[in-house]
Design a protein around this ligand. Structure first.
Ligand SMILES: [Zn+2]
Length: 280
């Protein structure tokens, strides 16, 4: 029965899909018609990366999260204590949805800044149900570039990268759409999760650009600077904290030659210039 449905789905998908040829080599057809969250078998996370991201998601949700032998993410919904209820609802909604979400490692990618989401296939399964095959790409090498305040770093790890992309796919909230919106609905949703966890909130979506001198090469280099802060206390100025990263290594030069079309990233392909200063 399942095989018949899958065959039918393949036929329908073949007529609907707009899968770019360039992506065909890296997708995971094994997960294509299987709703839920999975770990890629083609762009595998190392054991360390998989354990790290599971530990982060577990700490954020307080779910007992595991992967089964087929690479599917499962959770035990047994009265979790602590964690973020909004994050639990998001994970629950993704796993119980019609869609497939594949988490792939794309370290040192030319087109991914921290994390990226792309829907590579939409199809109708023949019973009237619509499905999407989402790829969530995580560049762990980019996260290793981050330096700065410890709690701000906890608000911007790979686990939050996965959740950011799930908010786009499941809740359909966008990044900033207008000049007047500094943050965007997607990160506002993530901030509600950070608030539940007592973590600092992301204040602006676009990183500021800052000129610094590289300790390794002694040459001028641009840093990307992400701004976080605690909820505003009445009558007090909001305390801001920062994380920085080498802009060239993470994104700036890479996006000049980006060929990825229609993919959204955790950071942005567009960097806004901030105040330029020279760091000692
Ligand atoms: Zn985004």
């Amino acid at each position: 029965m399942r095989r018949m449905l899958c065959t039918l789905a393949v036929l329908i998908a073949a007529s609907l899909c707009t899968l770019p040829a360039v992506l065909a080599a890296t997708d995971d057809p094994i997960y294509r018609f299987h709703p839920g969250i999975h770990f890629s078998r083609k762009q595998c996370l190392t054991n360390h990366e998989r354990r790290f991201i599971l530990a982060e998601l577990q700490s954020i949700t307080a779910f007992d999260l595991r992967t089964d032998e087929d690479g599917n993410l499962t959770f035990t919904d047994d009265h979790p204590v602590g964690g973020s209820n909004s994050a639990r609802e998001l994970i629950r909604a993704a796993i119980r949805s019609n869609d497939s979400f594949t988490i792939a490692a794309t370290n040192h990618s030319n087109t991914v800044a921290f994390a990226q989401l792309e829907s590579i296939l939409r199809y109708d399964d023949g019973t009237g149900n619509k499905h999407e095959d989402w790829q969530i790409r995580i560049d762990f090498a980019d996260f290793e570039e981050l330096q700065g305040d410890k709690q701000a770093l906890a608000s911007f790890g790979p686990g939050f990268g996965v959740l950011h992309e799930l908010v786009h796919a499941v809740v359909n909230y966008p990044d900033p759409l207008t000049e007047s919106d500094q943050l965007g609905s997607c990160e506002r949703y993530l901030n509600s999760i950070r608030a539940e966890l007592g973590l600092p909130q992301r204040l602006i979506y676009y990183p500021m650009r800052q000129l610094a001198v590289s300790r390794e090469t002694q040459l001028p280099t641009f840093l990307g600077k992400l701004v976080f802060g605690w909820p505003e206390a009445i009558g007090r100025e909001r305390k801001k904290i920062f994380v920085t990263f080498n802009l060239d290594r993470v994104c700036e030069t890479r996006f000049r030659s980006s060929s990825s079309i229609g993919a959204a990233t955790y950071l942005s392909s567009e960097i806004k210039s901030g105040k330029t200063t020279v760091l000692e």
